[in-house]
Write a protein that binds this ligand. Structure first.
Ligand SMILES: [Zn+2]
Length: 276
């Protein structure tokens, strides 16, 4: 765990999403969960050395961010759409994933239940006021319809979830690329010094935003060109060369080819919809 501002810590030592800890006099806030039960147990022990956890916030409704919530303390907060996804997740699905990513962790799964958010919001911003610190949860969408960013204005820090991944493949399989690019413009407009990505072992300033935006644009350009040429999605799968230089997370249950296919299918569906 590394301190990045007066009250904010990050843990990027595991293979899953960036984990956050915001420390206040009135209780602490955890951000996202490790995507392995064994790592969740370690993270909980480490985080609790800094005091009592009051809230746990998920930046997204994708399993790598929420399936470890069960192992962590705190009242869970997420977007309403993320809650719907979690409510539709079965224990069997989580067990199948744990088998792949953390076989040793299966012994921790006996009583597992998907933890559901007690506090949700549908759109806009939810503001938490704890111990003199304002923490803004902003439903931006982009990488997924249910993505929220966590902005701590007093400390010029923002957790952007998977709208920025540091040197990881840009995953558009569930994306609205227009909202994604708009949310990156919004981050540029904020008075922030430190950006915490959804994945990747680094924090940085605004200089990486444009690079991230370029990968979203490259996928969009590749698919739109294919559509203009009249290719079907199946033809595009054969012919489009992945325009992203980075690999997907080594713990992803999908191969690079499968991820590319998910992205191309999603963008075909998106741009085929009326008015896009
Ligand atoms: Zn993720």
């Amino acid at each position: 765990m590394r301190q990045i501002s007066h009250s904010v810590f990050v843990n990027q030592e595991f293979a899953g999403p960036s984990l956050g800890l915001i420390v206040t006099r009135q209780g602490n806030i955890l951000i996202d969960s490790p995507d392995s039960p064994t790592e969740c147990v370690h993270w909980r022990q480490e985080a609790e050395t800094r005091g009592r956890v009051k809230y746990l916030v998920n930046t997204d409704g994708h399993p790598d961010h929420y399936f470890g919530d069960y192992f962590l303390p705190g009242t869970l907060i997420a977007t309403s759409g993320a809650r719907d996804v979690m409510a539709g997740t079965t224990k069997a699905e989580v067990v199948a994933r744990v088998k792949k990513v953390d076989p040793d962790g299966l012994k921790l799964m006996a009583r597992y239940k998907v933890k559901l958010p007690a506090i949700t919001f549908r759109e806009g911003t939810l503001e938490l006021h704890l111990g003199g610190l304002l923490v803004r949860l902003v439903h931006t969408g982009g990488h997924s319809p249910n993505l929220l960013a966590i902005h701590v204005p007093q400390e010029k820090v923002i957790f952007v979830g998977d709208n920025i991944n540091w040197r990881h493949k840009t995953r558009l399989h569930d994306a609205d690329p227009v909202k994604w690019l708009a949310s990156l413009e919004w981050v540029k407009s904020l008075d922030v010094d430190t950006i915490v990505p959804g994945h990747g072992r680094n924090t940085f300033g605004k200089e990486y935003i444009e690079e991230q935006a370029s990968y979203v644009r490259r996928w969009v350009d590749a698919v739109r060109s294919a559509m203009k040429l009249g290719w079907t999605a199946a033809e595009a799968l054969q012919r489009i060369k992945c325009p992203d230089p980075y690999p997907t997370s080594h713990r992803s249950p999908n191969t690079e080819k499968e991820v590319d296919a998910q992205i191309i299918n999603r963008l075909y569906q998106y741009f085929s919809a009326v008015g896009k």
